[in-house]
Design a protein around this ligand. Structure first.
Ligand code: HEC
Length: 266
């Protein structure tokens, strides 16, 4: 904005000079030959060159962080978070990492027509301006229940971005290899993506590529620990009615392998 004000002021000044010259020529005063006229032209040219040398360009500089784009998509019971960065694009869920003390515009979208954004919060389809300090802040939307988006001011944000943009880590032992096979055959991939392993057929559930890097499960409902994860995988509906994840009855050894593999996804 400041740039356009300056450009406008310069144009206005030029207009005034032109008007003054017209007036002077009307009064038959010879200005073009006068020494002060030549000198002022010289000064103006030097000032212009100096300005370009200092700012480096004609156009205004792009705002810092302009290369990072975050969208928050509110599903009925959880948040999908999409990041577009120079390091690559990826999706994560529920916990929005942002660089500390930087202003970030996040596009907020609701996937459900009846999702009401809480009083005082911006409307769907708008940019939400976030400046995270300290540890966490939260942003709520309401549809039957309140849906809370955790905002994490991450001191190691660039490292986090690079880690998240990578595909899923490979299994390290036989149990984890078996677990990956269970994941691929137990219909998990109908809803969930693990990048580098399987794309969800209907991507209506959190991306699990780096599940282990999240503090909580199911939009802040449970701490992300092995016991809670086991309970969730077996019967999510009992822990969070209406969450849309089916029960998974499976033999204990298959479940053990699946949990070992999910634990590898950091
Ligand atoms: C019909 C779709 C569907 C299938 C099939 C499904 N899930 Fe889910 N899953 C969901 C949904 C929806 C959520 C998000 C629920 C919420 O948080 O409210 C979820 C959440 C999760 C989460 C928590 C993710 C997070 O970051 O909070 C894990 C872990 C998970 N599912 C694992 C599995 C595994 C393992 C399987 C296969 C055995 C599976 N799911 C099968 C729909 C599905």
């Amino acid at each position: 904005v400041a740039y356009f004000v300056v450009v406008f002021a310069v144009l206005l000044a030029l207009l005034c000079v032109a008007a003054a010259l017209l007036l002077l020529s009307y009064l038959r005063v010879e200005v073009f030959d006068s020494a002060w006229f030549k000198a002022s032209i010289g000064i103006a040219a030097v000032a212009l060159i100096a300005d370009i040398a200092v700012t480096g360009q004609w156009k205004p500089r792009r705002a810092a962080g302009g290369a990072l784009r975050i969208s928050a998509i509110a599903h009925a019971t959880w948040w999908e978070l999409r990041y577009e960065t120079p390091a690559g694009s990826f999706a994560t869920a529920n916990e929005m990492h942002v660089p500390p003390d930087q202003t970030i515009d996040v596009l907020v979208v609701a996937d459900h027509p009846h999702l009401l954004l809480a009083p005082g919060s911006p409307l769907s389809g708008r940019f939400l301006r976030i400046r995270a300090r300290g540890d966490t802040a939260a942003f709520d939307v309401a549809w039957r229940r309140v849906l809370r988006l955790q905002i994490i001011a991450d001191g190691r944000f660039d490292q986090w971005l690079r880690d998240q943009a990578r595909p899923a880590p490979a299994p390290l032992n036989d149990l984890e290899i078996d677990g990956r096979a269970v994941f691929a055959t137990a219909r998990c991939t109908f809803c969930h993506t693990v990048r580098g392993v399987a794309e969800a057929e209907t991507p209506l559930a959190p991306d699990l590529t780096h599940l282990g890097s999240r503090r909580t499960l199911a939009a802040g409902l449970l701490p992300n620990r092995p016991g809670q994860l086991a309970g969730w995988v077996v019967n999510a509906e009992a822990l969070k009615p209406g969450c849309g994840m089916p029960m998974n009855a499976m033999k204990p050894e298959r479940l053990r392998a699946l949990l070992a593999y999910l634990g590898r996804l950091r």
